[in-house]
Design a binder for this molecule. Structure first.
Ligand code: NDP
Ligand code: 8X3
Length: 249
């Protein structure tokens, strides 16, 4: 395995994963919408990193751009479906429907389309690894998590169903399910650029870092090829799944 495609490479986990995989000796294609951020990373990482500006929600663009990858960045051995976002933390009856649609288009439809584009070649070569970025939000409900959590529950079940379809093929699938992670743009995006609200999420908490996630990805890829971690749930020590809540009269 030597060529990886990482979505969401312009920030947070994706950027840290690109850095780690380049350091580990892989060639990496980094996908995100912000070309300037990708170019900055390319300047840092050198010739083994290919910046690929792309909006994963644009289905036709995804198909055609992948066909045009330079020969030295083909075929993709490892697909890391990391691009994703949460928008808003309002209760379902107050949430913005456009935010809901963007989360569904990115976290579900974009991830699915990219996977569908890349998977046939992996099957043909009987070789590959797909790592999806789910979340603890896909397992545990929390207030305001509504569509974000539901989209990550989709990623969790899609990962499990991929494993089932790929039984007998030499292709591994893992769903990484992190809890609270700082040092990324996740909360700035969730709160539509409200820096104060975003900072408050991490105040006084020793959170998981993007490097922790990148090290996890590196470890997964280097496990023996007969070995599949179906899912891996990771939380900071400072976090635990909270109890059920009751509303008293
Ligand atoms: P960031 O906001 O820092 O990074 C998100 C990345 O996704 C950016 O590079 C962004 O790039 C990219 N992206 C978003 N929309 C698109 C799109 N339409 N097309 C292409 N790229 C896109 O967040 P994190 O690094 O924290 O999150 C990465 C993943 O991990 C997400 O799926 C998130 O849900 C998940 N996660 C995060 C946790 C956390 O606490 N941080 C915990 C659990 C899971 P650009 O804007 O340039 O397109
Ligand atoms: C991100 C973690 O708890 O904000 O997926 O949903 S959480």
């Amino acid at each position: 395995m030597n060529i990886a495609l990482v979505t969401g490479a312009s920030s947070g986990f994706g950027q840290a994963i690109c850095r780690k995989l380049i350091a580990d000796g892989y060639k990496v294609v980094g996908v995100a919408r912000r070309a300037d951020k990708l170019q900055k990373l390319a300047d840092e990482l050198g010739v083994n990193f290919l910046p690929l500006p792309l909006d994963i929600t644009h289905k036709d663009a995804v198909g055609s751009i992948l066909l045009q990858l330079p020969k030295e960045f083909q075929p993709i051995d490892i697909l890391i479906n990391n691009a994703g976002l949460a928008l808003g933390l309002e209760p379902a009856y107050e949430a913005d429907c456009r935010d809901w649609e963007t989360m569904i288009e990115t976290n579900i439809i974009g991830l699915v389309n990219l996977t569908r584009q890349i998977l046939p070649e992996m099957v043909e070569r009987n070789f590959g690894y797909i790592i999806n970025l789910g979340s603890v939000a896909g397992t545990y409900a929390y207030k305001g998590g509504n569509i974000y959590g539901a989209s990550k529950a989709f990623v969790k079940q899609f990962s499990a169903n991929l494993r089932t379809d790929l039984l007998g093929k030499n292709i591994r699938v893992t769903n990484i399910e992190p809890g609270l992670c700082g040092g990324t743009e996740f909360s700035n995006v969730r709160f539509h650029g409200d820096e104060q609200k975003a900072a408050a999420v991490y105040q006084g908490v020793e959170f998981i870092t993007p490097e922790d996630i990148a090290n996890t990805v590196s470890w997964l890829i280097n496990t023996p090829t007969h070995f599949n971690v179906n899912s891996i749930e990771i939380m900071p020590v400072a976090q635990a799944s909270a109890g059920l809540s009751v509303c008293k009269k």
